[in-house]
Design a protein around this ligand. Structure first.
Ligand code: ATP
Ligand code: MG
Length: 557
């Protein structure tokens, strides 16, 4: 940074700049994003990704992607692949791809170093006893009888733990710190536990696995990380992070800095809860457009830029805060309003017949792809004698202020003519199945003389329409903070998905490919579902409504 640069926008960047200015770490900036591959990344991770990769990019540093793969029961290679894909999709490139499991041998060596220095011991207390001995916030802990075990015996037992001589839970390795510490994390925390289980990368090589607190600081140090950015719940672990590194001869002692995690209303974010939603079938998968995973947001139609923009907007602070879902929705709405081409799609079709329109005639109307961006060009939209309009755009008995079509009334078809409804035709069940209409041939792109037509509705020509399925997604939960409930699943919104499978799309949408985003005139922003769309049927997911109507009226229709 030069002196003319403005003050960095957040406290993390301020600390980084202070360190580079004072040549701490020789002015280097090295960060990492360290997910555990036990689920898909969510929007909270995006905050951490934008921060870690962003800081590295802004201060000529580097950023690693490191899988914290020390819990083989819950982790998988598939999750790793999904995580890599999501980080790249968000627009970031890691300098090195690392796995904590690559350091197992070195970590083991450091553990031996701790034992030799009298800083760790093998304990035979059970997990339950350890908890009991630990004490609590008001009472100090008690020392384990094994705390006095000789160094030789500790080394021998630790080697035998490695060699797979013991059952799970028979022993653990603990740091020898202070059972009376005011910080419970410092009361001889467990560093290694026995797990006779296969690891997705190291196979059956290891029968014991290091704990997070031991693995994380050493992995950071081995990678030469300068600033180890993590969320606030690790603030109480920082003394342990520093203690471990201070006992050992490591190449670097990173600075841990904690920031507030993202909490978003009307959703859940912990991977454990998301996993439950997936495995119990409340959603279709980790990429269901209703869940706040990166994969879900992508499938819903969010752009990488909108997610990065969201992270920038919420900023990085030291204080936990809840963010309204509307903030996220507004960012993608602004993005798509500016960038998504327009198209017409009728969600719930009502057929109209324009009796005085020549029978065989078809007119190719040219409609702009974007009203404010002529450079995006135009598209051909065929107009014919029978069309579909939205059921909601007609009312036999109109509510007050209804500006659309009524019996005997007029409305403008977007980009086309003014029509009048002459007669309502019903089927044998009494349902309206056709409106007989007439059109005013003089009104193509012109106002009719001597009368005012207020409403404009969208439409699709019957003969040219493409069949489509449209999925209207709404918030997954009906309360702002489902995590506060006894069982968060009780707050699931039963109407979070409506599937409309009789939709009629304008023919230009036949060539729309998976992931493409559109504004459907008057109905919202939609994205082609890359997985379920076929040649026969296009499937569109609603990304967001046109306006922020949520809370005032129902978000869906
Ligand atoms: P979860 O509780 O959702 O499983 P986690 O913290 O266990 O999340 P990790 O895979 O360990 O998930 O997280 C990788 C990184 O992402 C960590 O540095 C973590 O602090 C950060 N992170 C996770 N959730 C959030 C969040 N909601 N906001 C900001 N950062 C987050
Ligand atoms: Mg975790």
């Amino acid at each position: 940074m030069t002196e003319q640069d403005p003050t960095p926008v957040d406290f993390v960047r301020q600390e980084v700049v202070a360190d580079t200015d004072s040549s701490r770490y020789d002015g280097r900036v090295v960060t990492r994003f360290p997910p555990e591959p036990n689920g898909y990344l969510h929007i909270g991770h995006a905050k951490s990704i934008c921060l870690n990769f962003g800081v590295a990019a802004e201060y000529s540093g580097t950023c690693n992607l490191r899988f914290d793969d020390t819990n083989p029961e819950k982790e998988s290679v598939d999750y790793m692949k999904a995580i890599e894909r999501d980080v790249q999709w968000l627009g970031f490139e890691w300098t090195k791809l690392r796995h904590a499991s690559e350091y197992f041998e070195k970590l083991y060596g450091y553990a031996v170093e701790l034992i030799r220095g009298g800083n760790a011991y093998v304990d035979s207390l059970s997990a339950e006893q350890i908890r009991e001995y630990r004490g609590n916030l008001t009472e100090p802990g008690r020392e384990s009888p094994d705390r006095l075990r000789s160094m030789e015996e500790n080394l021998e037992l630790f080697r035998r733990m490695r060699d797979g001589e013991f059952e799970d839970g028979a022993y653990v390795l603990r740091a020898r710190i202070d059972m009376a510490s005011g910080n419970i994390n410092m009361r001889d925390p467990v560093l290694y536990r026995i797990r006779n289980i296969h690891h997705q990368r190291t196979g059956n090589l290891w029968n014991l696995y290091p704990m997070y607190d031991f693995t994380h600081c050493i992995s950071d140090a081995l990678e030469g990380i300068t600033h180890s950015l993590c969320t606030l719940e690790f603030e109480d672990h920082r003394p342990l992070y520093d203690w471990i590194l201070n006992q050992l001869d490591v190449p670097c002692h990173p600075q841990q800095i904690e920031f507030a995690r993202l909490s978003l209303e009307y959703t859940v974010m912990s991977k454990r809860k998301l996993n439950l939603l997936v495995t119990e079938g409340h959603v279709s998968g980790w990429d269901d457009p209703r869940v706040p995973t990166i994969a879900g947001l992508r499938r819903a139609g969010f752009t990488p830029a909108s997610i990065r923009g969201f992270c920038e907007r919420i900023g990085v602070t030291k204080k936990d805060a809840w963010i309204e879902m509307g903030v996220l929705e507004n960012v993608i709405r602004d993005d798509l309003n500016q960038n998504a081409p327009r198209a017409m799609a009728v969600l719930r079709p009502l057929k109209i017949l324009i009796e005085n329109y020549p029978e065989e005639q078809v007119e190719d109307l040219k409609l702009p792809n974007h009203p404010q961006k002529p450079e995006l060009g135009t598209r051909k939209v065929p107009f014919g004698r029978t069309l579909f309009i939205e059921q909601d755009d007609f009312a036999e008995v109109p509510p007050p202020k209804f500006k659309r079509l009524i019996p005997g009334g007029e409305v403008r078809l977007r980009g086309a003519y003014v029509i009048r409804c002459e007669e309502v035709i019903r089927d044998s069940n009494g349902e309206i199945n056709l409106l007989r209409c007439t059109y005013d041939a003089d009104t193509l792109g012109r106002k009719p003389e001597g009368r005012k037509v207020k409403g404009v509705v969208h439409w699709v020509s019957e003969q040219h329409a493409v069949d489509g399925e449209i999925r209207l997604y709404d918030r997954l939960f009906s309360v702002p903070n489902p995590e506060s409930m006894n069982d968060f699943r009780e707050a699931l919104n039963p109407d979070s998905l409506k599937v409309l499978d009789q939709c009629k799309l304008e023919p230009s949408l036949a060539k729309a490919v998976g992931g493409e985003r559109y504004q459907f005139e008057r109905t919202g922003y939609f994205c082609v579902d890359a997985i379920d769309s076929s040649e026969q049927k296009k499937v569109f997911n609603r990304t967001v409504t046109l306006r922020d109507s949520w809370g005032k009226t129902a978000r869906g229709r």
